[in-house]
Design a protein around this ligand. Structure first.
Ligand code: ZN
Length: 229
């Protein structure tokens, strides 16, 4: 039945790859296999003290950290990320979450992890956008890894867009903007904090500082779908 519905939907609304526009096969979702293969991977998870981990080492406690795809402006991936965030394509986030989850899971990145939490968005921003794209990434990760998504983090205030800020400006801008609403849920747990793009690392840094202060025995894994170099 499901297959018939897919066929009918495909006939009227052909499903196409979000990156190259080619028609998707039944087994493909959002991106075609060829585009997935050519996405620029950092392979940071295979390196000891990788460049992402170096951004946080000695500043906040964490078990592992990685950014899976290299983000560069004007790339096809950057266009897809833009669509995911601003053009009502949360499905792109979910699919990216699945891909990242499958690849990192195979490499043992999540060993010792118990649950996943998305970097939260302030409710007002989420209401205007209609969704938090990182929630969709977290769901994709959860599907690929079997780890549950927990809603323990909250953005307590809306902060200014950070695109043009330095690390120091970003941290000042973010200070006090997150709250752990359910500390007990992550006590003694391995928590994967997921974000979409990591540039200076200020968001993940602020959030993990907040968590390690409120829940010192929570083991933190930092994961961003994309990372700038
Ligand atoms: Zn494609």
């Amino acid at each position: 039945m499901r297959q018939i519905l897919t066929d009918i939907a495909d006939f009227f609304l052909p499903r196409t790859c979000h990156l190259c526009g080619s028609r998707l096969r039944d087994t493909e979702k959002v991106f075609c296999v060829r585009c997935i293969e050519t996405l620029p991977r950092s392979l940071y998870h295979l390196m000891p003290l990788n460049p992402m981990e170096r951004r946080f080492a000695g500043i906040v406690p964490f078990v592992r950290a990685t950014g899976h795809f290299i983000y560069s402006r004007n790339s096809e991936l950057a266009a897809a990320i833009h669509d995911m965030k601003y053009r009502q394509f949360p499905s792109v986030g979910r699919r990216l979450g699945e891909i990242v989850g499958e690849e990192l899971n195979m490499a043992g990145f999540f060993s010792g992890a118990d649950c996943i939490a998305a970097v939260p968005m302030h409710w007002w921003k989420e209401a205007r956008r209609g969704y938090n794209q990182v929630d969709h990434i977290a769901r994709g990760l959860s599907k690929a890894t079997g780890l549950p998504v927990v809603e323990v983090l909250e953005a307590t205030r809306s902060h200014k867009t950070q695109t043009a800020m330095t690390l120091q400006q970003r941290q000042a801008n973010l200070s006090g903007s997150f709250r752990i609403k359910d500390p007990e849920a992550i006590e003694g747990k391995g928590l994967v904090i997921v974000d979409d793009v990591c540039t200076t690392g200020a968001t993940l840094r602020t959030l993990s500082a907040e968590i390690s202060e409120s829940v010192p025995d929570c083991r933190i894994y930092l994961l961003s779908v994309c990372v700038t170099v």
